[in-house]
Design a protein around this ligand. Sequence first.
Ligand SMILES: C[S@@+](CC[C@H](N)C(=O)[O-])C[C@H]1O[C@@H](n2cnc3c(N)ncnc32)[C@H](O)[C@@H]1O
Ligand SMILES: [Zn+2]
Length: 422
Amino acid sequence: MRYSLLNFVVCPRCHGDLTCVTVSEIECGVFPQGFKPFDRVSTGPGVGPVPATAATTELGAALARLASPAAPPDRNYEVAVETGVLTCGACGAWFPIIKCIPEVLSDHLRNPVREQEWLAGISAQLPPELVTLWNAFRLRSAVDAGAHHKLAEIALPASITDPFFWGPGHAAPFNLWTPEHTWHLIRNLVVAEPLLQLVRASVVLDVGSGYSWTTEWFLRSGYEPIGMDITREYLEIAIHRIGINRPHLLVGDAECLPIRENSVHAVLGFEAFHHIPNRPAAMREFSRVLLDDRPVLLVEPGGAHEHAAVSIEAMDKYGTLEKGMDLADVAEYAVGSGLGDCRQHFMYRTSAGLAPVALTANNVYTLRKGAPEGIAAVPVEPPPSVATPAPPPQSAFRRAVMQSPLGPVLKRLKQLLVGSRT
Ligand SMILES: C[S@@+](CC[C@H](N)C(=O)[O-])C[C@H]1O[C@@H](n2cnc3c(N)ncnc32)[C@H](O)[C@@H]1O
Ligand SMILES: [Zn+2]
């Protein structure tokens, strides 16, 4: 975790500012490429500078007493936090940073036994006063009808027996066995990227980033992306693949974003939104964290996704949700969220004289914060075919060949070739 993630990450329970208590750091390889500056970088292991917001709890007072002054902001690009604790002086919550990945989940999705054991393992390196207060902190229960799906996502690694299951993550988005899938993914990102309307150093929240190849590409192209997923294993593989010049990555739930309000330029859900149980809640969260007039973009496999054999198998085997959607569903989920102007986007290949050929099987949807609710008042059907001009007159040679016994064979071959392109 780079310290400047705290420009964007807040407590998921109360949206309070977090303080970083660092146990160990590692080398960071991110180039300072015009990102938002951060003025609370720690000087090293210990209690980092506290936020300016007054903390009224006992924990908040202890943090203020133990805090170090801020290091020069450039230190943010020299080191990253490997092990530590993020803690909220406003409500008393604490969240682990394990193997560089902060886990900032809502209380009811956390595993207190695992986390307490982890805290006990590093407590000798932490101020005893803080450890006592964190041990006294109690998680709250919540009413969440879709929690079983989310807990199934979190527990997914434990149910995987196939040793090759995680293999694709080490090369994502490239897939040596199915090149069509590789290019399908890249084509979808090519459709999505301009719709996000980003400029250098724009902040994009990649929700359900999984192996985080989209997050990685955004960093490489000069944006400041934040990859967030509910399952840490995907992010660990992302770190292994990407190396030290990597984007912000964290564990969090799309329905309760640990992200500051009005702080991001775009939200992307790349093949992820069909996993979310409470979609209206996620839409409200996207709207809360977005700056005004900025987009949400969903790349989705389509309304019939839950009927595909592979989806049925995943739902049966792992208990995760694979529920597809169409444009009307997206508009419905967004009602009352502050997001509107719902649109579906298509990508076609065409040139003068040829009818457009659809290149994206996926569905790409956008919504915009502050826009009028519902589907945008524009045609949502694919554009009409380009009128095909009259073919040029055939040459005498070509006419002779086509009228010979070879003609029908060539004609059939042409049909097959054209067919295979569509
Ligand atoms: C099909 S994968 C797509 C991953 C990635 N965007 C990509 O295209 O490679 C869906 C991802 O959504 C994540 N996910 C599911 N439910 C989530 C939730 N409630 N909050 C955040 N991420 C979630 C899953 O863990 C998984 O990594
Ligand atoms: Zn809090």
